[in-house]
Design a protein around this ligand. Structure first.
Ligand code: IPM
Ligand code: MG
Length: 360
């Protein structure tokens, strides 16, 4: 098969981790007889430095023309980087929001899984972590507070900022359908997370999720308030299978879920639309403090590449081979600094890529 992949190395550790993901993909392509054609585009600070904007229309067109996009990370240190002196719509993150909207990537899948080998890195008490957990956060990605009207005004000398949270039933229905469909391939449970005791958008969310649930009698559905969910994630993460939630809640809960795995450097993500196209990126940020030092953990990006093979290209066997290589590398005791524990062998970013490629 011929795979047309656009890469967005981005900022910070982005270029290093994308390089290692390509190394692993190339090995997969060799072994299983595929041909990969890569094309790089600029986004985030890297694009600002060259074009003055975080994402050009030409770059969007390149991404649209590809089968899938593999991304590293974007953004810099918000306290020190000159990118954050620019107006909000010209900052690195605006590029990410723009590509999500332009490609209609409304479904963001963020798996959070506790690797038995990394149990020691889990910050939860052993009586909780010993049950293990394997959840998938299905975050709505193109609506809600992120894309509602916003402005800052001054009224009678008082500054006032307004953000708008809007969802229509179609936006809710399509993400709910994705959530139930994926639950069918997992443990048949959907926990829909909202703030229906306060917000109208959440009450509509809950009503539409219940309507969709009728088409999936084999999937158990439950509703949970977002504050309770934040608590349950640290109290009893094993109870979750698919967490279905809106954009802002999903942003916050997915960081929390990643932290309970003890290793944000391990978590992949996929952003999908209604076609087979997808944008795949690690759940973590650009870590500018460790950029260029060859110490970043490339595993989240490598696992994102596995998600790409599975969801966009339907190459399950190839995706499995990457996920198995990650398990094997951990079993063999190799760790980057972020997941290092006593008795293991510490390796850098590029060596981790080599070790993974060898195990394909
Ligand atoms: C994420 C990030 C982004 C988001 C930022 C960088 C705009 O935190 O992908 O979770 O909030 O969606
Ligand atoms: Mg986030």
């Amino acid at each position: 098969m011929r795979l047309n992949i656009v890469c967005i190395p981005g900022d910070g550790i982005g270029p290093e981790i994308v390089r290692e993901a390509k190394k692993v993909l190339d090995r997969v392509a060799d072994k299983y007889g595929h041909e990969i054609c890569y094309k790089d585009i600029l986004m985030g600070g890297a694009s600002i430095d060259v074009h003055g904007v975080p994402l050009t229309d030409e770059a969007i067109a390149e991404a649209k023309a590809a089968d899938a996009v593999l991304m590293g990370s974007i953004g810099g240190d918000t306290n020190t980087s000159p990118w954050y002196q620019l107006p909000p719509n010209l900052r690195p993150e605006a590029g990410l929001l723009k590509i999500r909207k332009a490609l209609n990537l409304f479904a963001n899948l963020r798996p959070a899984y506790l690797y038995p080998e990394l149990a020691a890195a889990c910050p939860l008490k052993e009586e909780i972590s010993s049950a293990g957990f394997d959840m998938l956060i299905m975050r709505e990605l193109t609506g809600g507070l992120y894309f509602g009207e916003r402005k800052t005004i001054e009224e009678n000398g008082i500054r006032k900022a307004i953000d708008t949270l809007t969802y229509d039933e179609n936006e809710i229905r399509r993400i709910a359908v994705k959530g139930f469909e994926i639950a069918r391939k997992r443990k048949h449970k959907v926990t829909s997370v909202d703030k229906a005791n306060v917000l109208d958008s959440s009450r509509l969310w809950r009503a539409v999720v219940n309507e969709v649930a009728k088409d999936y009698p084999d999937v158990k559905v439950e509703h949970m308030l977002v504050d309770n969910c934040a608590m349950q994630l640290v109290k009893d993460p094993a109870q979750f299978d698919v967490i279905l939630t809106e954009n802002m809640f999903g942003d916050i809960l997915s960081d929390e879920a990643s932290m309970v795995t003890g290793s944000i450097g391990m978590l992949s993500s996929a952003s999908l639309n209604d076609t087979r196209f997808g944008l795949y990126e690690p759940s973590h940020g650009s870590a500018p403090d460790i950029a260029g030092k060859d110490i970043a953990n490339p595993i989240a990006t490598v696992l994102s590449a596995a998600m790409m093979l599975r969801y966009t290209f339907d190459l399950d066997k190839e995706a499995d081979s990457i996920e198995q290589a990650v398990k094997k590398v951990l079993e063999d005791g190799f760790r980057t600094g972020d997941i290092m524990s006593a008795g293991c062998t510490k390796v850098g970013c590029s060596q981790m890529g080599d070790l993974l490629a060898e195990r394909i």
